[in-house]
Design a binder for this molecule. Structure first.
Ligand SMILES: [Zn+2]
Length: 409
C-alpha cells in the first residue's frame, strides 16, 4: 500500500490541533487532536511512499514507535486515505493507459470523496469500463445522457431510437447539427464514441449478448415523446421487469423535467405501480392517458434545451451512482422540476399490490433483504444494504474510534 491522504478534500486547521478535511458538509471530517509533528507527517502521505519508507520517515521525525501504522489505520478507517497502487487488476490496467486516466482524473477524484476504503475509487472507475448500459431514445435528453455516461468511463453505451435526426433533436453535447438527416441511432452512437475517453472494450465472442435486455447493467428510458415521459407505458418495460434489468426513466414533458423512478424490478415501484397508484387517486387518469396517446401528433413538442440538458445530467448522475454501487434517491421516486422556478421536488413511486412486478409483495415480505447491483445482469441478486436505506456506504461502513474522529457538520 502507498497511502495517500485524499487530495480531493481540501485541508485546513480549525485550531492548533484539529485538522478539517473537506469543505462541503456532505463529506467533510475533522481529525483531532493532531500534534504538530503528526500534522507535518500528513504531507508525506501523498502516495509516493510505501509503509516501510513511511515508518523510516516517522523514526527520523521522532514520532513514537507504532505511531505511523496507527495513523494510517485511523485515516483509512475514517475514509480519508487512498492507496496510490490499490484497486485490483482492473485498476492496474487502467493506470497503464495514462491518456485515458488523465481524462478521467476529476471523476476519479470525485469517486475518492464518495468511496471509503483505500483503492476503492480507482476500482470503481475501472469497473465502469466493464459495464454495458442501453439508452432508449436519442432526442435532446437521450443523446446528451448517453454521451455523459460514455464520458464518465462507462465502457459500452448503446443507444436505440428510430427515424432520422431532425433539427429539433440537435443539442449542445448531444446530436450535432451535421447529423440532421442521418439515422438517429447511428448518429447518437457516434456522439457516444466521441465522448468516450477510450475505445469500447472488445466483446467476448463466447458470450453473445441478445438483442433485447440481457447483459445490460442498466437501461435508461429517455423517450422523445412527452406522453411516454409523463405516463410511461408499463408494457414497454415488461421484458426488463421479466429479466430483472434495472431501468431508469428520464425526460421532459411540456416545461417539466422528470428524473426517475430508478426501477429495481420486483423491489421498487415501476411504471406499472405508478400507473395503478395514479388510477387509484384519480379515476379519470386512464381516460386522460388514452386521449393523450391517441391525440394528433404535434409538429413540435415543448423541450427547453437547458431543461433537457439538466435532466440528462441529473439522470446520468443517478445512473452512475447506481452503477457505482450506491442507491440514488430516484429508486422508488420521481424527481421533477418545472420552469421557470426550477425547484426540484420528489414524488414517491410506491410499489402497488395490483402490479404484477411483485415489488409490493416483496416490500411487505422480505423488506430490505436484497439489492440489485450493477453486476446483476439477469435474475441474480446479492445480499446487501436495504434498497430504501438512506445511508451511504460511507456513513454506514466507517467506524471511528470514539473521541478521536467526529463528523463535521
Ligand atoms: Zn410495479
Amino acid at each position: 500500500m502507498h497511502p495517500m491522504v485524499k487530495p480531493a478534500l481540501r485541508r485546513g486547521w480549525r485550531d492548533l490541533n484539529t485538522v478539517q478535511f473537506g469543505m462541503a458538509p456532505a463529506h467533510a471530517l475533522t481529525l483531532g487532536p493532531v500534534d504538530t509533528a503528526t500534522g507535518s507527517f500528513l504531507d508525506l502521505l501523498d502516495g509516493t511512499r510505501g509503509l516501510a519508507l513511511l515508518r523510516e520517515e516517522g523514526r527520523r521525525m521522532d514520532l513514537p514507535e507504532g505511531h505511523v501504522d496507527q495513523l494510517v489505520e485511523r485515516l483509512a478507517r475514517a475514509g480519508l486515505l487512498d492507496d496510490a497502487r490499490g484497486g485490483g487488476p482492473d485498476a492496474a490496467a487502467l493506470r497503464e493507459k495514462p491518456e485515458v486516466l488523465d481524462r478521467l482524473r476529476p471523476d476519479l477524484a470525485s469517486l475518492s470523496v464518495t468511496t471509503s476504503a483505500p483503492g476503492d475509487a480507482i476500482g470503481r472507475l475501472a469497473a465502469r469500463r466493464g459495464l454495458r448500459v442501453q439508452v432508449r431514445g436519442a432526442g435532446r435528453v437521450g443523446s446528451v445522457l448517453a454521451a455523459l455516461l460514455a464520458g464518465a468511463g462507462v465502457g459500452e453505451v448503446d443507444v436505440c431510437d428510430g427515424g432520422l435526426v431532425e433539427p429539433a433533436d440537435v443539442a449542445p453535447g448531444g446530436l450535432p447539427a451535421e447529423a440532421v438527416g442521418e439515422r438517429r441511432a447511428e448518429a447518437a452512437r457516434r456522439v457516444v464514441r466521441r465522448a468516450a475517453p477510450d475505445r469500447p472494450p472488445r466483446r467476448n465472442p463466447r458470450s453473445p449478448v441478445g438483442e433485447d435486455t440481457p447483459g445490460f447493467s442498466l437501461v435508461v428510458m429517455a423517450p422523445r415523446d412527452d406522453v411516454s415521459v409523463y405516463a410511461p407505458a408499463p408494457s414497454a418495460a415488461d421484458p426488463l421487469i421479466a429479466s430483472g434489468t434495472p431501468h431508469l426513466y428520464a425526460g421532459v414533458v411540456e416545461a417539466t423535467g422528470v428524473v426517475g423512478p430508478l426501477v429495481l424490478p420486483g423491489e421498487t415501484g415501476c411504471a406499472g405501480c405508478l400507473q395503478q397508484t395514479r388510477a387509484d387517486r384519480d379515476e379519470t387518469w386512464p381516460r386522460l392517458v388514452a386521449q393523450w396517446q391517441s391525440g394528433k401528433r404535434r409538429p413540435t413538442l415543448a423541450c427547453d434545451v437547458t431543461l433537457a440538458t439538466t435532466v440528462a445530467g441529473l439522470a446520468a448522475a443517478h445512473a452512475l451512482a447506481f452503477l457505482d454501487g450506491h442507491l440514488p434517491s430516484s429508486a422508488g421516486a420521481r424527481w421533477e422540476v418545472s420552469l421557470p422556478a426550477l425547484q426540484w421536488h420528489t414524488r414517491p413511486v410506491w410499489p402497488h399490490s395490483a402490479c404484477p412486478c411483485g415489488a409490493a409483495t416483496k416490500s411487505k415480505g422480505q423488506k430490505g433483504k436484497r439489492k440489485h447491483t450493477p453486476e446483476d445482469t439477469g435474475r441474480h441478486e446479492t445480499m446487501a444494504a436495504p434498497p430504501h436505506s438512506k445511508k451511504s456506504p460511507r456513513t454506514t461502513g466507517v467506524a471511528r474510534p470514539a473521541g478521536t474522529w467526529r463528523a463535521h457538520v
